[in-house]
Design a binder for this molecule. Sequence first.
Ligand code: C2O
Ligand code: CU
Length: 624
Amino acid sequence: MAEMLPAQMRYARGLVAPAALITLGVAAIHFSVAPDHLEEYLPFGVLFLVTGFAQAVLAPTLLVRPSRLAIAATALIAIGCIAIFVASRTVGLPVGPSEKDISIQGSDPVTILLQLLTSSGLTGVIASFLELISFLLLCLALLLGPRAVAHPRRWLSWTLPAALPIVALTLVAVECALNPLPVAINMSTAQAGAGTPMSQLVASPGTQPVESFVLTAEPTVVRGRQEWTYNGLVPGPELRVKQGERIHVTLVNHLPASTTIHWHGYPLPNAEDGVAGLTQDAVKPGQSYSYDFVATIPGTYWYHSHQDTEHQVPMGLYGALVVEPATPNPYDIDRAVIIGDADAANAALHIDAAPGQRVRLRVISAYGEDMTGDPEVLTLLGAPYRIVAIDGHDLNGPTELGPERLLLDTGQRYDIAFTMPADGEVRLADNRKRTGSRPIRSEWVDLGSGARPEMPERLPTFDLTHYGTPAPDPIADAASFDVSEDLTISNQVGFRYGSYEFVHMFNGKSFPDTPVILVHEGDRVRLRFINLTDEYHPIHLHGHIMSVVSRNGFRIAGSPVHLDSILVGPHETWEVAFLADNPGLWMIHCHILVHAAYGLSAMVSYQGIWTPYTIGTASGNFPE
Ligand code: C2O
Ligand code: CU
């Protein structure tokens, strides 16, 4: 340091000392992010280490004897780091891997910038915020220049109160950095080349009649709102086929982010499951991808994006998949209706229906925005009805019901059948209070015309464990199981994926550290979901059909119930069983999409399967 100031002349220590403290904190942050970057892209890792080292040396220099050179060097490093960070999150850097491509919600510039900046966690945002303050303090100190020291201890009264927030922010940033987004997680249960490659788990060639669809994912303005749509529609077009047909779907991606399509509830070959990072790479903007499977079973299903699902589904990327039985359809009116976040169109749906007509409503919940996970509260008024199927699977001997509260949570489906009365409307009301950003809707579907039925004051709640006629269910009734697992659901605030979040866990761990339920083909598997939280969790298993065994220890007493999404209410315990008859790597997760994104996701994995795909920043695949 060439410049020597007379002993009584100093740069304002009240400015320089807090900046020194920040510089020390940011050095710690840079060291904490270095290991991950070393793994991902060596030059960036080295850059973080060198910067951290320079800052670690400059900080004490500033504290002890601040020279102009040290102040200027620290300020330059700070502004340089901010510039690199902002560029990496907005326009992108000319070298190195690109960041996670995220689905931006909203249209005002501040929200967009905030989402861009926080897209890889809080660390960068906190570090840049601290460095900005340090930069401004140091510039001010340089501007004021060295001055005679009148009160040698006064700087302390500035620096001490500033120390607490600086240390706190630094700790948060370091914790976030130590719990980062994963780089490349591979869910294989066999070495590449050793077991069965997932790419072999496809539908065998056949001579079925083929139904072909093209789904173009694109941003569209629907009723004044910018949505992400399939073919310009929210919900996407209903795909309706007959049992036994072969479904061929081409996904064309015209979105600014990568995407996939998952066929929710359908027991199809693993390679067609549409899960980013597991069964495929997310389809990049401008590219396309095809799905091919056979409609082996009838029922009500739906499709949706399984890349950045938490954002892409609420933005509108979902639609109905209906497989009609091969036999003639006995209903005069057979309609799928989807409750969804982005679905302004369904706010007041009217269906023309004449007295005496037989109606089947296939009600699908795609609504997943609320943190509480509260289900829809549906009530059918104006006609006696039967619930003929749940999650696409027929119930045995369903009896006639009067008005009841039907709880339907995200991912679940009820098929409701009734005959239009001689006069008056039939109405399906939805009385859920919504806490998300979408409007509150208190009524939903009207059929026919005439007097509108009233909503009774008090209603019983439909209980699927006591409905219909008992019948043998070889899976639920099995005397023994090859695999038996308890999955305990809990939540607590903590650090995950580079942020401070309301972490959701199976058995105390969040995805991808959650348990892997390992199975062999042919295994009978029993799972017990134990909900320790005050929230609802519709737990969805890919690729399989679960039989309900018991609820809170009481065996199911009505018709056998077959599901892919089981609603586990606050502090409830549900037991299910399934036959492992579909080899592959399958997700099991809460379908409250924020819960899944906060970690409530696990795997049911067959032994000896490998996939070339990875989840994490390296591939940009984020299935939650
Ligand atoms: Cu409806 Cu894993 O999805
Ligand atoms: Cu949940």
